[in-house]
Write a protein that binds this ligand. Structure first.
Ligand code: MN
Length: 202
């Protein structure tokens, strides 16, 4: 069964000025759509055709790089859209306590997310993740994902240039500052933490 493009959970104007409708039209409507289309083309008529996206990611890791890249990018982008909200939300009490334990404060975590995003060389993803009850910031390069990693991903930031170039040109810090300070969906992170299992693509 073919995967559908995961819809944006808000209107395409909802993230401006951090992320414009124009960026979302390309990033969601073109880039994300292409990853989903290529995943569907690669699995049609194969044993993967009826598998979940998470199962395809795990099965193709290390053995079918083309399929892995497109399946992982399909998953990562859907997770990224949910990691943001029109107005930033608040962490649950449990998430807030774990953030304080790992980073000292929400503000300190925000600064570390921005620093790691700025320091990440070339294309990839910066994640807030949980494992064994502890939070950490993780980075993956290119299409790589935490979907099948043993971590429970809570939030992600896309640091590929296509995420910010139309709005901020080469100024990755401006993009990171705008998203981290005004658009992070801590309610989504709290749901992921409370579930205790990796979010699934739908
Ligand atoms: Mn992207």
């Amino acid at each position: 069964m073919a995967f559908a493009l995961s819809p944006l959970p808000y209107p395409d104007t909802a993230l401006a000025p951090a992320i414009s409708a124009e960026t979302l039209s390309f990033h969601h409507g073109k880039h994300h759509q292409a990853y989903v289309d290529k995943t569907n083309a690669a699995i049609e008529g194969t044993p993967h055709a009826d598998a979940s996206l998470e199962a395809i990611i795990a099965a193709s890791r290390g053995s079918n790089q083309g399929l892995f890249n497109n399946a992982a990018q399909s998953w990562n982008h859907a997770f990224y859209w949910h990691s943001m909200a029109p107005a930033t939300t608040a962490p649950s009490a449990d998430l807030a306590a774990k953030i304080d334990a790992a980073f000292g404060s929400v503000d300190a975590l925000k600064q570390q997310l921005k620093d790691r995003g700025l320091g990440h060389f070339a294309s990839g993803w910066v994640w807030l993740a949980e494992k064994d009850g502890k939070l950490s910031i993780e980075e993956t390069h290119d299409a790589d994902t935490l979907a099948d990693s043993g971590f429970n991903p809570l939030l992600v930031l896309d640091v590929w240039e296509h995420a910010y170039y139309l709005d901020h040109q080469n100024k990755r810090p401006a993009y990171l500052d705008a998203v981290v300070e005004t658009k992070l969906n801590w309610a989504f992170a709290s749901e992921n933490l409370a579930r205790g299992q990796v979010w699934t693509y739908a």
